[in-house]
Design a protein around this ligand. Structure first.
Ligand SMILES: C[S@@+](CC[C@H](N)C(=O)[O-])C[C@H]1O[C@@H](n2cnc3c(N)ncnc32)[C@H](O)[C@@H]1O
Length: 255
């Protein structure tokens, strides 16, 4: 029987938790992971995340010339996407990072300072579901391995649409689903055993990495996520699956 005053729930990995608690639990994962985040990314994906991210930047294709181009990189963490965009774009390409975790933003700030990038890269703490930016403000919106952590994905997509200028592009790189069942089984066996174990050795705690792997399985399949992007108002929604569907890049346009 449904309780009259039952609280709404959200998936935190394979667990159902009160919706109001989920973001705090996600923040706890990334505050613990922040210091070793970049190292763990390389270990967990055998360096493949670099190729996937490069593919997203190739699709974004920031202008090489003088044209001003301002990208919002949501869930931008330690700056991996932002710095690639700056390297690929011209002198008037700028990136603003918005990430909900102060610890991840602080790691990004350290990297930006060390690499002399602060002139063209702003780092802010903010929630994808309620962005502190005006309507029609950015030329492009990117989010990599971030959206599956958000409690209300539909709200984050609506916000992405709101802050983009007409003609602006939405690009999302996220873990996805492999259509070949055997490949998915092998990948699951790897990710559910190896990744939390490596996380435990490197960071002393395997639990955050168990959440990361479970949240991948809970994320919608390519076509379903494409439908959510369209429902937020985007046009010409397409996706490319990479590495047999381990990840996918979804694209949409605000027209
Ligand atoms: C797996 S990391 C990805 C970092 C980076 N984009 C990359 O590809 O390396 C996920 C990031 O999402 C951020 N995040 C989770 N929920 C968020 C939200 N509601 N709004 C903004 N950022 C969020 C986390 O703090 C974390 O930095």
């Amino acid at each position: 029987m449904t309780q009259k005053n039952a609280q709404p729930e959200a998936a935190f990995g394979f667990k159902q938790v009160p919706e109001a608690d989920k973001q705090g639990m996600v923040n706890d994962v990334f505050s613990k992971a922040a210091a070793r985040y970049d190292q763990m990314n390389d270990l967990m994906s055998s360096g493949l995340h670099r190729l996937w991210k490069d593919d997203m930047i190739t699709m974004l294709n920031p202008p090489k010339g003088e044209r001003a181009f301002h990208v919002l990189d949501v869930a931008g963490g330690t700056g991996d996407i932002a710095f690639r965009i700056l390297d690929a774009g011209g002198p008037n390409t700028r990136v603003t990072i918005a990430d909900i975790s102060p610890e991840m933003v602080s790691e990004g700030q350290k990297r930006a300072e060390k690499e002399g990038r602060l002139g063209r890269c702003g780092l802010t703490v903010g929630n994808a579901e309620k962005l502190a930016f005006p309507d029609s403000h950015f030329d492009a919106y990117t989010i990599a391995f971030g959206i599956r952590n958000v409690t209300h994905i539909d709200r984050a997509l609506t916000e992405a649409y709101r802050v983009l200028k007409p003609g602006g592009r939405f690009l999302c790189l996220e873990f996805s689903h492999m259509p070949v069942e055997l490949a998915q089984k092998i990948y699951d066996a790897y990710s559910f055993t190896v990744i939390p174990a490596v996380g435990k050795v490197v960071t002393g705690d395997g639990q955050p990495y168990r959440y990361l792997v479970e949240s991948i399985r809970m994320f919608p399949k390519q076509d379903d996520f494409a439908a959510m992007i369209s429902a937020a108002g985007f046009s010409r929604v397409t996706y490319r699956s990479l590495s047999g569907g381990i990840v996918a890049i979804h694209s949409g346009w605000k027209i």
